[in-house]
Design a protein. Structure first.
Length: 678
């Protein structure tokens, strides 16, 4: 054990006598502890990275605690919150079947918490078990009672107050030879005395897990939120007119009424003029074409400024306050790239990639070219200055009421930068949320989550069959990644119009809405989803025709056939059912037709059990027998039970494990069934 580990044993024990070395100074209890602690969970990559929870969560910690012989053991979870000087602890209980110890503590405030496990030989419990065996065998126990008295006296020395007095009095009873041994033994075997002695056991002779582990605790909205992405410039009511923050503010009541929690804005900064992109990403922009918001910076400023056509910074502040008044918050895009007109290009040309001919390299992802964007060189000679400037941009917008950032393409910037900058911001503002827009390889996506991102985009958009959804969502919700990554299931984005939505009609949009909103407590849609916008730029493309990334789009949100009723209903159901606000409670169940996906979201105490069946075929009615997990729901094999469809209010009486479901996409694409408990 390291010197740090030895000190931690003493600190966690909080008692005298932190371990006595043997005659051979090289063989000590500290170096060779009598108890082994292994396979502590949750733990990410040997403790290199934190696990994630939200305020109010119960953190359950498990461990293997191993020792030779038959001694009784004790173990506790030791933990401390942000700013705590001293450790607190909670008991761990042993489960014989799994041969595992488990304990728990509640995280009640934001920030970084630390936890570990301590274990020791429980001498008094070992003695009590031995005493009970001797009594059962009819043996003489006078000497053993004196041994027990000594153990209680040692425990009393470690206690104070009422506990010290009770332990001392019990020790005196065990030493009272004038009293019958049976009566003294009855006192010794009292469960309350055993618990009191256990609470004051000599933990310093035990061991502490060799690592202090970390849990990052976020606010609840980091785990449960419905996102809506909109371009403020498209919120005007007159076709062709560039929208403003004031126009966007008038759109907020509609979004609040639909039940959204987060309004996400693409970049709101001044847009570059050189190489400005025209409609449908053409290279020839007209004088009135607004350009791509991701080409950031012109003579009006850079990332700290707002596009004058949208209004002023004061107008943005009013927009943020208006959203807050409606119970929503504003998320802002954080895109670390610059147009050729960005002030940084003139002031800090060494922050960019300079070609041998002296020109600055623009962004490319062959065959795609982004002539209107310069990437930053995060490993340039003056990188510390650049990194601090990027951090200060985040702090600038935090100062204007932004507590959530959607980060554009974080996988194209150094991973170490994100670990540093997120740590810097959350050290002073632990409530800030970072969403990674990282459509990249799985391991890189996971690395970003480990390094600090609160949420992440996922591959949900490309998982459309039952087998694909089961495999991927099980990985997200039940796999190792669930400890450190929260998947935000966006049904569409300005960049991604999946073929399923292009060809499935409005029913396809309803299917993906229900899936996104019920498979994860985090989901989002991009403007136009509610109107089932589905026309691609060209066959085989996932780009929208007349993409809002390059032009202003004014829509009629009241158009007949819009999906507002569906969105309103699903967001209401999410808010009314705690099971849909949890991330790691998803389980899939058998459907005898692969066109219907069946899954469950439940609360641990069975107070809210939901069974969800979704027809993945947007063109045809499908029927199946779904298998209800009766044991998990506490139902007997031959029970009749009632389920209520939260989408329609209809109630059905089901019987046993196999039950019939039929879903016609013209009428209803899904059942969200709540088990009715009378």
């Amino acid at each position: 054990m390291t010197a740090q580990g030895k000190g931690r044993v003493r600190e966690l024990a909080g008692e005298r006598g932190a371990g006595r070395a043997s005659a051979d100074a090289g063989i000590s209890r500290e170096r060779y502890p009598p108890v082994l602690i292994e396979r502590v969970a949750p733990e990410v990559d040997g403790g290199r990275y934190p696990v994630k929870r939200v305020v109010g969560d119960v953190v359950t910690v498990e461990a293997d605690v191993i020792k030779d012989g038959h001694d009784a053991l004790g173990a506790r979870v030791c933990y401390r919150g942000p700013g705590d000087a001293a450790w607190r602890d909670a008991p761990m209980l042993y489960d014989f079947d799994s041969d595992r110890w488990s304990g728990a503590f509640v995280v009640d405030r934001l920030g970084r918490w630390t936890y570990t496990v301590a274990a020791w030989c429980d001498d008094f419990e070992t003695w009590r078990v031995d005493l009970g065996k001797r009594l059962q065998a009819g043996q003489e126990v006078a000497a053993e009672l004196l041994e027990g008295a000594a153990l209680l006296e040692a425990a009393a020395d470690r206690a104070s107050g009422v506990a010290r007095a009770r332990l001392g009095q019990s020790a005196a009873v065990l030493r009272e030879t004038r009293q019958l041994a049976a009566e003294r033994a009855r006192v010794a075997l009292d469960p309350e005395l055993g618990a009191l002695a256990r609470a004051h056991a000599d933990r310093a002779q035990g061991a502490c897990y060799g690592r202090e582990l970390t849990v990052v605790v976020d606010r609840p909205r980091a785990q449960t939120a419905a996102w809506y992405e909109m371009f403020p410039r498209s919120q005007a009511s007159v076709p062709g007119r560039h929208g403003t923050f004031a126009d966007a503010e008038r759109s907020l009541p509609r979004l609040a009424e639909l039940g959204f929690d987060v309004v996400y804005l693409p970049p709101i900064h001044p847009i570059g003029r050189q190489y400005r992109k025209g409609p449908n990403n053409t290279l020839a922009a007209g004088p009135d074409d607004p350009g791509s918001p991701w080409a950031i910076g012109n003579e009006h400023g850079g990332h700290e400024a707002v596009e004058p056509a949208l209004g002023t910074l004061a107008d943005f502040d009013r927009f943020v306050r208006a959203a807050e008044a409606l119970g929503m918050e504003v998320a802002l895009d954080f895109a670390l790239q610059c147009s050729p007109d960005h002030p940084w290009v003139r002031e800090h040309p060494d922050w960019f990639f300079v070609r041998p001919d002296g020109s600055i390299k623009y962004a490319e992802n062959p065959p795609k070219k982004y002539q209107d964007i310069y990437p930053l060189d995060f490993w340039c000679a003056r990188r510390e200055e650049l990194w601090r400037a990027c951090r200060d941009l985040l702090l600038h917008w935090v100062g204007h009421g932004v507590r959530t950032f959607r980060v554009d393409n974080p996988h194209t910037k150094p991973l170490s930068f994100w670990e540093w900058v997120i740590g810097e911001v959350q050290a002073v503002h632990p409530d800030v949320v970072f969403l990674a827009e990282a459509f990249t390889r799985p391991k890189r996506m996971y690395a970003l989550a480990k390094l600090g991102f609160t949420q992440s985009y996922t591959y949900f958009t490309w998982r459309n069959t039952a087998a694909e959804l089961r495999e991927y969502l099980t990985e997200l919700a039940q796999g190792e990644a669930a400890e450190f990554m929260r998947g935000n299931l966006f049904a569409n984005t300005p960049d991604i119009l999946h073929e399923y939505l292009q060809t499935g009609g409005p029913a396809a949009f309803r299917v993906r809405l229900v899936l996104a909103a019920t498979l994860s407590p985090l989901y989002g849609i991009y403007s136009g989803f509610e109107l089932a916008e589905h026309v691609p730029l060209r066959p085989g493309s996932e780009e929208y025709l007349h993409s809002e990334k390059y032009e202003v789009r004014v829509r009629d949100w009241t158009r007949p056939g819009n999906l507002d009723p569906d969105i309103r209903a699903i967001n209401r159901i999410r808010r009314e059912n705690p099971a849909l606000q949890q991330y790691r409670n998803l389980t899939f169940h058998v459907s005898e037709n692969e066109q219907i996906l069946c899954y469950r979201k439940s609360m641990p105490d069975r107070s809210n059990d939901l069974l969800i069946a979704v027809n993945l075929d947007p063109h045809h009615p499908q029927a199946t027998m779904v298998h209800v997990p009766l044991d998990a729901l506490g139902l007997s094999a031959d029970a009749d039970f009632v389920v209520e469809d939260l989408l329609t209010g209809a109630r059905y009486t089901w019987h046993g494990a196999r039950n019939y479901v039929r879903l016609d996409p013209v009428e209803q694409v899904a059942h969200v069934l709540r088990l009715v408990r009378f």
